[in-house]
Design a protein around this ligand. Structure first.
Ligand SMILES: C=C(O[C@@H]1C=C(C(=O)O)C=C[C@H]1O)C(=O)O
Length: 730
């Protein structure tokens, strides 16, 4: 089946090829997005289209066993860094987390919306019942909604229920003579074996959040009403006979990912990006978008940035129908062994029996993005991937496909933000690793458990900002805080480590996880660390975050640490520093959710304790974990207050690109659920795996002392330092 969409809303549309098995799609300057997901972030519309470049790369199916089995050796502190050596044991953590549960799937629903399809010439093939005329617009409708011609044929091909194991998702397609023509219609067929339908199945998911267009509507206002279907919709059972009649007005979609981005094949007419489609048309070319205003069609969710040029047609292949169960294998083994299988993408957390981890091997797709719109771009990229694939609920309550993401801290960072969809997904829990094909067309063998690499010496030295440089930067920040509007700024410094052989990332991850079980241990695209700070955990509409700011050392002596904790809990300076962080998260989250927050309390980590505020909320509109992370980033815990001023001051005083340090890192699944930590206590593997750049910082407020802040950063380097240079190493 092919599927297509024609969009005539002022704006224009990107084109791209996403063909199964093709190695590289190319560079796409437009944004594929779907209406639901754009619509979730109310008031954010303009941002969607103002970003910079967006690269889409789809990699083949094969699992890529990138070897990175070098050895970690002793880390020798360089010229001036003097991280504490022998350290007492840490305390175990207090936090519990669960991997998000999956919103329900509904069996066999396709959606047809009036005002979209022409009445005549419709043809429905295979497993989809013919769409009745009753709910269709009259045949003599003109091109009133700028979507389509009234005489187009619509074919449903191969829209069918899945067999066991996968929940299928489709968009409708229009093909004439083998050529994609424009069709403004989306059908969503969702079918699942009973075993895979989550317990919370309760609502039809296939509700396309499009504003219905009246016959006389000229389309001028299209896109202004996210989340609303204002006229009757009709649900057509994708499996067979049953048809769900008029649902009336439907305000929101329970799971925004179940709507496809449509495709465009046509040419752009006029400077408003209007598209006219025709058979044999040359690839669409969109030179500009209306009057500099970013425009996109929220109703079908295809966007284009101002000035974007699209040279080729967009073709999204048919979502495959998979009947085989997705489980590749199940292995009973400790997490350490799972981590030693190749060099997996990793998200792991929890102590002892509560431990759980998501792992990924190979690459089914990789999306990269730069600029202020990187979160939206990556989210849109994942949506395009989801549009051509199917879903499956796997153990642990996640819905495959799952993507792993690491994003840059700064909007203008040279470092790419990356979303990787692994070919294989592993869910490790309770001593069992369950491996599934992460999408129906991905496969590969689970890499074998490798032996630990031999030790290798590391050379550790200051990065861009030396210790003295950091002290000076703190002093300068304190001066800035005394005058003007700056209230808090977070300053960081970096350390460089170089090994003569590639680092053993698996060993690093194992030690990080072992030593910091209550933190979020991650590895995505060489970004490796163990962060204590949850930026956004999304499960359905529920979102939770924990702001950390205000720190004190942990000695391991419980009595002493109790005294320190009491002092931290009553420190005016730390509370002031903390209040900015908590307020920034609560305020940003309040733009998309009804928010509750706890009082500040102390959490103890092995080497450091923090003031923490738990912030929870219920999203007003569905949003993916990545989208919510984009809303919350950067919090004042890692940037400062006010945000924009602090961002420019820290960039000036630090003098280096933070890369992905202090940026969101985590995972999201096909339902939008996921977890994003702030990338702290971490490093970026560089130089072909032989180098790693470590980062640590701290919040500066009026009254901050440069030497104390320096010592605080040293404590924050410890998790990585100790994992790189374990005491049990010769
Ligand atoms: C900036 C870092 O940590 C952040 C800053 C903190 C502080 O200033 O007290 C505490 C926790 C984090 O929010 C870091 O670990 O590099």
């Amino acid at each position: 089946m092919g599927f297509g969409g024609h969009v005539g809303h002022a704006g224009g549309f990107p084109g791209e090829h996403l063909l199964p098995g093709q190695a590289v799609v190319g560079e796409v300057e437009g944004v594929l997005q779907h209406a639901d997901r754009l619509g979730r972030l109310g008031g954010d519309d303009g941002r969607i289209l103002q970003g910079e470049r967006f690269d889409v790369v789809v990699v083949g199916d094969l699992v890529d066993y990138t070897p990175a089995f070098g050895v970690l050796g002793g880390v020798f502190p360089g010229q001036e860094e003097n991280l504490p050596g022998p350290l007492v044991a840490g305390l175990t953590g207090q936090q519990r987390r669960t991997i998000a549960c999956v919103e329900a799937a509904h069996v066999g629903v396709g959606l047809h919306e009036p005002g979209v399809l022409p009445r005549r010439d419709r043809q429905v093939a295979h497993h989809v019942e013919r769409v009745p005329a009753a709910r269709c617009p009259a045949a003599d409708h003109a091109d009133h909604d700028l979507w389509h011609r009234p005489d187009q044929a619509l074919h449903f091909e191969d829209v069918q229920a899945s067999g066991t194991g996968w929940v299928d998702l489709f968009a409708s397609g229009g093909r004439i003579g083998g050529r994609v023509r424009t069709v403004g219609f989306v059908a969503v067929a969702v079918a699942a074996a009973d075993a895979l339908v989550a317990a919370r199945t309760e609502r039809p998911p296939a509700i396309f959040r499009r504003r219905a267009v009246a016959g006389e509507d000229d389309g001028a206002d299209i896109g202004g009403h996210p989340g609303m279907v204002e006229s009757p919709v009709e649900l057509i059972d994708g499996v067979g006979a049953e048809r769900v009649a008029d649902l009336g007005a439907i305000e929101r979609h329970p799971d925004g990912r179940q709507v496809m981005p449509l495709l465009v094949h046509g040419t752009v007419v006029g400077d408003v990006g209007e598209i006219e489609a025709f058979d044999g048309a040359p690839p669409g070319r969109i030179k500009r978008v209306a009057h500099g205003r970013p425009a996109y069609d929220r109703t079908i969710g295809i966007g284009l940035r101002p000035g974007a040029t699209v040279d080729f047609p967009l073709v999204i292949p048919t979502p495959p129908t998979v009947s085989a169960a997705p489980v590749v294998c199940t292995v009973a083994e400790p997490l350490e062994d799972s981590l030693r299988r190749g060099v997996p993408l990793v998200w792991a957390t929890g102590a002892d029996a509560e431990r759980r981890a998501l792992l990924g091997w190979g690459e089914a797709a990789r999306f990269t993005a730069h600029g202020a719109q990187r979160f939206t771009d990556l989210d849109a990229g994942f949506t395009t991937f989801l549009a051509r694939t199917s879903r499956a609920v796997v153990s642990g309550g996640v819905t495959a496909p799952v993507a792993f993401v690491t994003t840059s801290f700064a909007d203008d960072s040279a470092t790419a933000s990356v979303l990787i969809v692994p070919a294989l997904l592993g869910v490790w829990q309770d001593g069992v690793l369950t491996v599934v094909a992460n999408a129906p067309d991905t496969s590969g063998a689970l890499p074998p458990v490798s032996a630990p690499a031999e030790f290798e010496e590391l050379d550790l030295r200051p990065g861009t900002l030396t210790r003295e440089g950091f002290r000076c930067a703190v002093a300068a920040a304190v001066q800035r805080l005394a005058v003007g509007d700056l209230e808090k700024v977070v300053l960081a410094r970096d350390l460089e480590a170089t090994a003569s052989r590639p680092l053993d990332v698996s060993a690093l991850l194992t030690r990080l996880q072992r030593a910091n079980p209550q933190s979020y241990t991650f590895h995505v695209d060489g970004m490796v660390g163990s962060s204590p700070e949850m930026l956004a955990a999304v499960d359905g509409r529920h979102v939770r975050s924990q702001a950390l700011a205000g720190s004190a050392p942990v000695s391991g002596d419980l009595t002493l640490d109790d005294v320190t904790a009491t002092r931290l809990a009553s420190s005016g300076k730390d509370h002031a520093e903390h209040a900015y962080a908590a307020a920034s998260v609560a305020e940003k989250l309040a733009t998309v959710a009804a928010v509750r927050r706890s009082d500040p309390h102390v959490i103890r980590l092995p080497r450091i304790m923090h003031l923490a505020t738990d912030i929870t909320g219920e999203l007003r509109e569905p949003a993916s974990a990545l989208a919510v992370a984009g809303v919350l980033h950067p919090s004042a815990a890692v940037c400062g207050t006010p945000t924009a001023l602090a961002a420019s001051v820290l960039a000036e005083l630090e003098g280096f690109d933070r890369g992905r340090y202090a940026g969101p890192v985590g995972w999201l699944d096909a339902s939008g659920a996921g977890e994003f930590a702030i990338a702290l206590r971490c490093g970026q593997v560089e130089q072909h795996g032989t180098g790693i750049r470590l980062y640590a910082g701290g919040g500066i407020v009026a009254g901050s002392d440069p030497s104390e802040e320096l010592a605080e950063t040293a404590r924050k380097f410890l998790p990585m330092y100790e994992a790189l240079s374990p005491v049990d190493r010769p």
